[in-house]
Design a binder for this molecule. Structure first.
Ligand code: 9WN
Length: 448
């Protein structure tokens, strides 16, 4: 049962937050907790901005692409060195160790999921001045291609069309139980002295953030990447964290389709054949890498899409929202989508038998032993994953279910505020306050 949401008022609140978090050239995710520019956050922000301030969206994307590495990588953070409320800060990454790092711009040395082509397309689609929209696409096109080439050639030596990540922070779903076993095998040999700043930023509520042991491993993995001077070829040989990630690969696939749309708008056909080869590779290997049954059909609910650990050569069989994300790719068979729908209505996720008050999808199955209702990526509800699942449901024609998620998200945010994530039982807002991508995506959800 839904409460009628006053969409006009919700839109106003969302825009107010986007305005408050705007710092002149881009939007910060949340004051104090995340005071810099984050890569995939900026893409979600741009999608929201495309409905009410095209110029700000253009500025946000351009500022991000200015930080692009010479090998095409878009770093996951572009630092504002006037701000000191976040650890690790820019100097920790020592990006000068790599010949590819940009000159005079402080960034991290890792990347994040590619939502960029989608965001850039929104800026064209929602721009009333199509010449201006085209001009922006023309300005940014090569950068987009270069980022995807970086992913296709530096993050996929298997030639599978699927992307390998080297760090949980690259996944965007940083503290998911998916990484637990791999992290357990990694024992930090040394650790720099550091002080976490995130706990204070969430008013001391340590339980909503990763625990210290996990945080130490996050830091250790960066220390280790520094030893390899961020050289992907060498990292690929013996780095202990190498995972083919479903969410990342799905976004790569969807974004490749958007790059083709952009190329067609620009009458720029020379790269399309190459992008098509990436698309075919993803289509040919998605089941092989992510679906333990291969091409066979699942007979029960327990077999699903799982991330693949390259080091261990095995699937990571954890029931999380990542398993549902392939629906957004549009490349999986209807048969698996139907199993997903049964899951969504099943108590693994908070459907009819769950306790969830509104039908939205939490970050892990609620009956799993790793489920934690308040902890970052280990149970709470996130708006961006629900946004992807809703769009996936629409692709497959499940309009009613998509509408339920839309209404669920709007009701959740209307009642519980514009937060980073939410407790799946009570709806209580958690993590960052006035969180920008929640605001931005709610704008898109209201309009679409
Ligand atoms: C590390 C900014 C980012 C998001 C990630 C989210 C969280 C950072 C952190 O915040 O990660 O990148 O310090 O926890 O997990 O998806 O981009 O909003």
């Amino acid at each position: 049962m839904y409460i009628l949401v006053d969409k006009r008022n919700l839109l106003k609140r969302a825009i107010e937050i986007m305005n408050k978090n705007w710092v002149g050239t881009y939007t910060i995710p949340s004051k104090r907790l995340y005071p810099h520019q984050w890569s995939w956050d900026s893409c979600f922000h741009t999608i929201g901005l495309s409905y009410f301030n095209i110029n700000r969206g253009i500025s946000e994307m351009k500022n991000l692409f200015k930080s692009q590495w010479k090998n095409g990588m878009i770093p996951h953070i572009v630092f504002d060195n006037n701000s000191n409320s976040y650890f690790p800060s820019s100097d920790f990454y020592e990006i000068d160790r790599s010949d590819n790092s940009p000159i005079g711009i402080d960034t991290s040395g890792i990347t994040q999921p590619p939502v960029h082509a989608i965001a850039c397309y929104y800026l064209y689609q929602n721009n009333a001045d199509k010449n201006n929209g085209k001009k922006f696409l023309r300005d940014i096109y090569k950068n987009l291609i270069n980022f995807h080439r970086y992913l296709a050639y530096n993050r996929d030596p298997e030639n599978s069309g699927l992307i390998t990540i080297f760090h949980p922070w690259e996944s965007g779903t940083d503290n998911s139980p998916i990484w637990d076993e791999t992290l357990k095998r990694i024992v930090p040999q040394y650790l720099p002295k550091f002080q976490r700043l995130d706990i204070e930023a969430v008013d001391g509520k340590a339980y909503v953030r990763p625990d210290n042991e996990t945080y130490n491993k996050f830091i250790y993995l960066i220390e280790l990447m520094k030893k390899y001077n961020y050289n992907e070829k060498e990292l690929y040989q013996d780095f202990p964290f190498k995972i083919k990630d479903i969410l990342f690969s799905t976004l790569f696939y969807v974004s490749n389709k958007y790059i083709i749309k952009i190329a067609q708008i620009l009458n720029q056909y020379e790269d399309i054949a190459e992008i098509n080869t990436w698309l075919r590779k993803t289509e040919n290997n998605f089941y092989k890498y992510f679906y333990p049954l291969g091409e066979n059909y699942a007979r029960n609910l327990s077999t699903f899409f799982y991330n693949y650990d390259i080091v261990k050569k095995d699937w990571i069989r954890k029931i999380t929202v990542t398993s549902l994300i392939p629906i957004y790719s549009g490349l999986i068979r209807k048969r698996e989508v139907e199993i997903m729908l049964r899951w969504m209505n099943h108590s693994n996720f908070c459907g009819q038998e769950g306790f969830c008050k509104v039908p939205v999808i939490p970050s892990t199955g609620i009956h799993e032993n790793y489920f934690q209702e308040n902890t970052y990526w280990r149970g709470p509800i996130w708006v961006n994953t629900n946004w992807m699942i809703r769009l996936g449901l629409l692709k497959y024609g499940y309009f009613e279910k998509a509408e339920q998620i839309k209404n669920g998200i709007l009701e959740l945010i209307d009642r519980c505020g514009i937060r980073e994530y939410y407790n799946p039982f009570t709806g209580r807002g958690l993590g960052g306050k006035n969180f920008s991508w929640t605001a931005a995506l709610v704008i898109d959800i209201i309009y679409s």
